[in-house]
Design a binder for this molecule. Structure first.
Ligand SMILES: NC(=O)c1ccc[n+]([C@@H]2O[C@H](COP(=O)([O-])OP(=O)(O)OC[C@H]3O[C@@H](n4cnc5c(N)ncnc54)[C@H](OP(=O)(O)O)[C@@H]3O)[C@@H](O)[C@H]2O)c1
Length: 295
């Protein structure tokens, strides 16, 4: 009896997982803003949207890199595709308004806002030093406050378009990992903020979807450098990193399907988040086993 129930359960889970209900056509003509898109996962997100026929505004601090991303979008997208960039430093909250204004001026509105940027900071131990504290302030501004400000400026346009917010988070936003206290705190804060906002949208019948993307290790330059510089590079042999392009596609699909959350890679990250509530001590000791204190 139990074997049959287990087989049925596994069958349903595997079947659901295998069903591909993503229709790429739904993205054609959509007006998309992607933050942190001069490199890494954000850059690849921009390329997938362009390839799928969406119009894209990319934003980050480095103009030369953004120009190259726009050029590549033009090569990948349809002839009538519209691609723009806006330089902005997300440490400055007034820049968040300018980004959305530029998107509305160039694209005529916003259907999808992908919040992806982060302030790259080295891995390290929290020691309560003044340097630690000022870094915490800077990271909270860029990784959390700017997300809220961007959302507030884009909201009227998203509501008008029955659009989507896609928030790029991390396993570190569900389970505290060593050496990433402030980063992890900002990702947990995003989970709380956007989880609460989703409830408010549902209560008032607002049809803007919110997709939280819970991502594992991805082989972007900054992530690999961070591990190497803090002596944790050996982790890549135990936990191979996902590619930025595959990760970006999972994010784009999740947003298009208006999923509540996506996990990438699905099985390992989903399992860890489930175990977090059932066996927190086990999950924490597994994490401690993976990381080592640097010399
Ligand atoms: N890579 C991973 O292993 C991993 C794992 C889990 C989750 N994630 C999540 O995935 C997302 C992307 O990560 P990634 O590895 O692709 O990061 P990344 O390669 O370091 O790229 C970060 C992006 O943010 C921009 N940025 C940094 N500071 C900024 C500022 N002050 N104002 C505006 N833009 C700024 C950078 O461009 P400029 O320097 O030109 O400003 C760059 O485009 C993040 O939300 C991250 O938490 C990544």
């Amino acid at each position: 009896m139990w074997k049959k129930i287990l087989a049925l359960f596994i069958g349903v889970v595997v079947g659901y997982w295998l069903i591909d209900d993503f229709n790429p056509d739904v993205l054609r003509g959509k007006r998309v803003v992607v933050t942190g898109s001069s490199t890494g996962i954000g850059e690849q997100i921009a390329y997938h949207y362009a390839r799928l026929g969406a119009s894209v505004l990319v934003t980050a601090r480095r103009e030369a890199a953004l120009k190259q991303v726009v050029q590549r979008c033009k090569e990948l997208g349809p002839k009538d595709g519209r691609y723009f960039y806006k330089t902005a430093d997300m440490a400055n909250m007034s820049a968040t308004k300018l980004v959305i204004q530029e998107a509305v001026r160039r694209l005529g509105g916003v259907d999808i806002l992908v919040l992806n940027h982060i302030l790259p900071i080295p891995l390290g131990m929290f020691d309560g030093s003044p340097q630690n504290l000022s870094l915490t302030d800077a990271v909270l501004d860029v990784n959390f406050k700017a997300y809220v400000h961007l959302t507030s400026h884009a909201l009227p346009h998203l509501v008008a378009a029955n659009g989507s917010l896609v928030v790029v988070s991390s396993l570190a936003g569900k389970i505290g990992q060593p050496f990433t206290t402030t980063y992890s705190a900002t990702k947990f804060a995003l989970d709380g903020f956007f989880g609460s906002l989703r409830q408010e949208f549902r209560l008032k019948g607002c049809d803007v979807s919110i997709t939280m993307c819970v991502i594992g290790l991805v082989g972007t330059e900054s992530a690999l450098r961070g591990l190497r510089d803090f002596g944790q590079h050996y982790l890549l042999e135990m936990l191979p990193a996902e590619t930025p392009s595959d990760t970006a596609l999972a994010i784009v699909r999740g947003g298009a399907l208006r999923r509540r959350e996506i996990y990438h890679p699905y099985l390992s990250i989903r399992l860890m988040t489930l175990l977090r509530d059932w066996a927190p001590e086990m999950v924490e000791s597994m994490n401690r086993y993976l990381y080592t204190l640097p010399n």
